[in-house]
Write a protein that binds this ligand. Structure first.
Ligand code: ASP
Length: 320
């Protein structure tokens, strides 16, 4: 039996300087979620179980909320995206543009377990999920908060589509993301279980003021989410359009498989070399079958952490 590994992120972006006290709730939140997933892996649960557990806890956590507190579209609605992928057999499931499921990551898993399709969107996705059963349903305003509406109004004034974390920075100056209006949108997890299998999961509200119907990288297999036991499990965060255009998550795996790059080389290439020339801001978390973890970003910060075996989780916000 190998040593299991879990890594998680709570979004990347232009995070303003946090002092120790302001950063503490983020570190505490990340550590708690890592410990839960770590325990599940230690008890013999699969990498897929661990990433779904971690992402659903991130969706629940008010600081790393991809569920309640999700951003608004241009039309003032919520459209949530999520994906999961299983590295052992390349099974994958994803949902896009849904607004009635409390834990979108579990909706993505339902699509994968059903197995007939990989990506279901909008009303059709929710019809499928109703029939599938077993998921917690909410009204769309479950996801709304006054501060998110304020962010949308500001983004509308500026006529810009904004990454969750950048809106408050541009509007309010360098304020610490401690208060309600600085909740992060995208969350993700990657894991290696004791059986040597990899899995990845990502969940997001997308970008503030996005066009209704816009689908980001998170639910697109190969763009924001990918897992292949022969290479790595990857979950991305950042400006989704650019991650889609370079097939970021798959490119990490392809570089390892075809160019024989290490996880470190492949992730550095994608985040630090491929994305910056096209203004593709963001980062990713990745784990390979040997248990190596890489968490590169080209943004100021990325809420992130990992835990290996039973050892104390490591959490970080800024570049080390
Ligand atoms: N990648 C997400 C999207 O474009 C946003 C994020 O990572 O915060 O939908």
């Amino acid at each position: 039996m190998g040593i299991p590994v879990i890594a998680i992120h709570g979004g990347a972006g232009a995070l303003s300087g946090l002092d120790e006290q302001q950063a503490k709730p983020y570190h505490d939140g990340l550590r708690y979620i890592l410990q839960q997933a770590q325990q599940a892996l230690q008890e013999g649960q699969s990498a897929m179980d661990a990433v779904c557990l971690a992402v659903s806890l991130l969706e629940d956590n008010p600081l790393f909320n991809a569920g309640h507190g999700a951003v608004f579209t241009h039309d003032g609605t919520h459209e949530l995206d999520a994906a999961v992928m299983n590295g052992a057999d390349l099974r994958a499931g994803a949902v896009a543009g849904i607004c009635h499921i409390q834990h979108p990551v579990l909706a993505a898993r339902a699509v994968m377990e059903d197995g007939r399709h990989v990506l279901l969107a909008g009303a059709g996705a929710e019809k499928f999920l109703r029939e599938y059963g077993g998921l917690a349903w909410v009204e769309p305003d479950f996801f709304s908060t006054p501060m998110r509406r304020e962010q949308l109004e500001k983004a509308l004034q500026q006529e810009r589509v904004a990454l969750d974390h950048d809106v408050a920075v541009s509007q309010k100056g360098p304020q610490p993301p401690i208060d309600e209006n600085r909740k992060m949108g995208t969350v993700g997890a990657v894991a290696l279980d004791q059986y040597g299998h990899l899995a990845a999961a990502t969940s997001t509200g997308g970008m503030t003021n996005k066009h209704a119907g816009r689908i980001g990288d998170s639910p697109l297999i190969g763009a924001g989410t990918y897992a292949d036991d022969r290479a790595a499990a990857v979950s991305c965060t950042g400006h989704g359009e650019m991650f889609i255009r370079v097939a970021a998550a798959y490119d990490v795996c392809a570089r390892m498989l075809y160019a024989k790059q290490t996880l470190e080389q492949a992730t550095q290439q994608v985040i630090m070399k491929t994305l910056p020339p096209m203004n593709g801001r963001g980062g990713l978390i990745a784990v390979d079958a040997a248990g190596n973890v890489c968490m590169p970003m080209n943004s100021e910060g990325m809420y992130r952490g990992y835990a290996r075996g039973a050892t104390e989780p490591v959490t970080a916000i800024y570049a080390e």
